[in-house]
Design a binder for this molecule. Structure first.
Ligand SMILES: Cc1cc2nc3c(=O)[nH]c(=O)nc-3n(C[C@H](O)[C@H](O)[C@H](O)COP(=O)(O)O)c2cc1C
Length: 309
């Protein structure tokens, strides 16, 4: 079976460095961190940085968030002209209160018609469009099918389903049956299953229980970017040898310092380093010291000490 594995959008994590790493370890498709459609309309410099990427990251989709269809149209046309990504995704899943209060992210799921208008507007840039949905805002409003219908009738080529409601946050059990239902209802749309895929066994379970052939990996890849290759090896019944952790971390650090000024790269690497060290025996002291490190040399020394290099 041919399976596609995508790296999910993860604000604060899936920057150029991490996306490059994911590609090197088998991701077939990567998504940008979420980009404000409105901010693109104002030519915000920070936003343009979020949209920059290297050729090795292709194919890449930009994820936009917002509420006004017109913002999506302008943003998509601007970004298509300046960056030529392979497609756009509309964020319909973000549960962060500030976003929800503005009627954006998961709040869009209260209005399937608006999702349709946003897809129509985004498609005016002439590139493929996907939507990233949850199952609904809560158990009483599980309207993923209505939202998927509105998106597909407006021309969305791909629908990503995170198998939890907004109320379910990031830890509720995955509702495989609801994802399977979306796949059955929309046989002509590419359905992508997301949520809780942290191991090859999780990937197998998702594939078996939903019938999709495209999986989106999110937190499972943090501190474990080789998960894509690991899942593919498992599906092909090939042996898999995990890469050397020290080498992966050093390479990640190098990429981070290549793409961002060191004054930003180092603080941002802290949260990534915390994931690499999660579950490592005897790492508590090194982890703490890494969180306080203020120079690349300090980090290099701490890593060398911990890994005996
Ligand atoms: C720190 C963090 C940042 C996220 N940022 C985004 C984002 O920018 N856009 C988006 O659609 N989803 C975002 N998500 C949701 C993930 O893409 C994914 O749907 C979710 O984590 C469920 O997958 P998982 O259980 O495999 O982690 C974020 C999640 C986390 C934990």
């Amino acid at each position: 079976m041919s399976v596609t594995l995508s790296l999910a959008p993860l604000a604060g994590y899936t920057d150029r460095a991490f996306r490059t790493l994911a590609k090197e370890h088998g991701a077939d498709l990567v998504y940008s961190e979420m980009i404000s459609a409105k901010a693109v309309c104002f030519s915000d410099a920070k936003t343009r940085e979020l949209a920059s990427f290297g050729e090795v990251e292709r194919p890449i989709c930009f994820q936009l968030f917002g509420r006004e269809p017109q913002d999506f149209e302008i943003a998509a046309k601007t970004l298509a002209r300046d960056f030529s990504p392979e497609g756009f995704d509309v964020n319909c899943g973000c549960p962060v209160p500030k976003i929800v209060k503005s009627g954006e992210g998961s709040e869009l799921m209260r209005s399937p018609a608006l999702i349709g208008h946003i897809v129509t507007a985004t498609k005016k840039a002439g590139l493929p469009v996907s939507v990233k949905l949850r199952l609904g805002v809560d158990e009483e409003h599980k309207n993923v099918l209505d939202c998927a219908r509105a998106a597909s009738e407006s021309g969305a080529e791909r629908i990503i389903v995170h198998g939890r409601t907004r109320e379910g946050g990031f830890s509720a059990p995955i509702d495989f049956a609801s994802i399977a239902r979306v796949r059955e209802e929309f046989p002509n749309v590419e359905i992508v299953a997301n949520g809780g895929i942290n191991t090859p066994a999780d990937a197998r379970e998702m594939l078996e229980k939903t019938g999709v052939t495209h999986l989106m990996i999110a937190r499972g890849a943090l501190g474990h970017p080789w998960l894509f290759d690991e899942i593919k090896a498992d599906l092909d019944a090939r042996p898999f040898v995990a890469p050397d952790l020290y080498e992966v971390i050093c390479h990640h650090l190098e990429l981070a310092c290549t793409f961002k000024p060191i004054s930003r790269a180092l603080p941002e690497m802290r949260s990534q380093l915390a994931f690499y060290f999660k579950g490592q025996r005897g790492a508590a002291r090194t982890r703490e010291a890494l969180m306080r490190a203020t120079s690349r040399a300090q980090i290099d020394t701490l890593l060398k000490e911990f890994f005996n290099r």
